[in-house]
Design a protein around this ligand. Structure first.
Ligand code: SF4
Ligand code: SF4
Length: 203
């Protein structure tokens, strides 16, 4: 006679346990096979998939990040490092008082949860669908502001540059600035070690 076992408070004949285990295997044998041909055919992600971050710009090219560090405080993995700094009329990166001078995300720590983008008050920080972030070097997994900053689109001028004449910070958030003012030129990034061109030098 087969031995009996007790499971979940119920007594079953001993021979049923291995059969129940193989049941999962049998069911899987008749399922449609799903083979991903990655990386030759990358999978299309869901539209709101949480991938690599992006630091966004205003329509004239100025940066949306104000260096407030709320994203860093919201991060449960301590993956974000921000250093804010003051804008000046000679070197302006964002329309308001402050900008993110240093911005880093450590993808060796990030769990792509999205809490940081929820915390961002200016929608400066969003997430893209890019998921190919693996690397064999820890150093390469720390993305800098330059890597995270969105590229320039039509009508934008690279920061730093002056605010659109006749507007203030609020106008940017009201959507009143739609492109860089005619004649806007990039300023010298003195805080990043750039030196003004000597007088008489050709542009
Ligand atoms: S997605 Fe989550 S873990 Fe990654 S930086 Fe943002 S808050 Fe931190
Ligand atoms: S990305 Fe957003 S939350 Fe983070 S420092 Fe910049 S403005 Fe603040």
């Amino acid at each position: 006679m087969a031995e009996e076992s007790t499971e979940g408070g119920q007594t079953k004949p001993g021979f049923q346990n291995p059969v129940a285990g193989f049941g999962v295997t049998f069911k899987a044998m008749f399922k449609k096979r799903l083979t991903e041909q990655y990386p030759e055919q990358p999978k299309t992600t869901a539209p709101r998939f949480h991938g690599r971050h992006q630091l966004n710009r205003h329509p004239d090219g100025l940066e949306k990040c104000i260096g407030c560090e709320l994203c860093a405080w919201a991060c449960p993995a301590d993956a974000i490092y921000v250093e804010g700094a003051d804008n000046t009329d000679e070197e302006r990166y964002s329309p308001g008082e402050r900008y993110g001078r240093v911005y880093q995300i450590n993808y060796a720590r990030c769990i792509l949860c999205g809490l940081c983008i929820e915390a961002c008050p200016t929608r400066a920080l969003t997430m893209t669908n890019e998921f190919e972030l693996a690397d064999s070097s820890r150093e390469n997994l720390i993305y800098t502001k330059e890597q995270l900053l969105a590229g320039l689109e039509e009508g934008m001028v690279e920061s730093p540059h002056s605010i659109f004449p006749g507007t203030d910070e609020q106008d940017y958030y009201r959507g009143l600035v739609t492109e860089a003012a005619p004649g806007t030129v990039r300023q010298v990034a003195v805080s990043k070690g750039e030196k003004p061109e000597p007088e008489g030098a050709e542009a």
